[in-house]
Write a protein that binds this ligand. Structure first.
Ligand SMILES: [Zn+2]
Length: 152
């Protein structure tokens, strides 16, 4: 894997971008399940909090990363890449052997695509399940992928 420009690079001082409890808290006023779900749905649309957005380095289009699609990747991301690519990613983001991100979460790696120019990005995030089924997500890296041999 060849890495291009980085939109975001790992930092120890980065604060969580997403807390899954925040979107639940906003819905507590509703007693009924249906209304609860409706509220969550509206909250998702209005607040836009569930996605991190950045500008494509090649075409300046805004790209959104859905936090909830990252949650769960901390268990499986290394299966999405071959061993060599795994090592390249670990080296590129200077990951430690324990699998923890600078923010203290578990390492999660994902990919996303610019809908306009098809540039691929590698996403590096920390996922912290600080309460049962309650997560904090901290974006630590967004990097353009120049060439992807696996083409997955
Ligand atoms: Zn683009």
């Amino acid at each position: 894997m060849q890495f291009g420009k980085s939109v975001l690079s790992p930092s120890y001082s980065r604060k969580p971008d997403f807390d899954s409890q925040d979107s639940i808290k906003n819905c507590y006023g509703f007693r009924f399940r249906l209304l609860f779900q409706l509220c969550c749905w509206i909250n998702k649309i209005i607040s836009g909090k569930k996605a991190f957005s950045f500008i494509c380095v090649n075409c300046q289009k805004e790209i959104g990363i859905d936090y909830e699609s990252i949650i769960g990747k901390e268990f499986s991301w290394s299966d999405d890449f071959d061993e060599k690519t795994n090592e390249e990613i670990k080296q590129f983001y200077d990951m430690n052997e324990g699998g923890k991100t600078p923010d203290g979460g578990w390492t999660a790696i994902d990919k996303c695509l610019c809908g306009r120019c098809q540039t691929q990005y590698l996403i590096y995030a920390g996922v912290d399940e600080y309460l049962n089924s309650t997560f904090k997500v901290t974006l630590q890296g967004i990097t353009e992928i120049i060439e992807d041999e696996q083409n997955k």
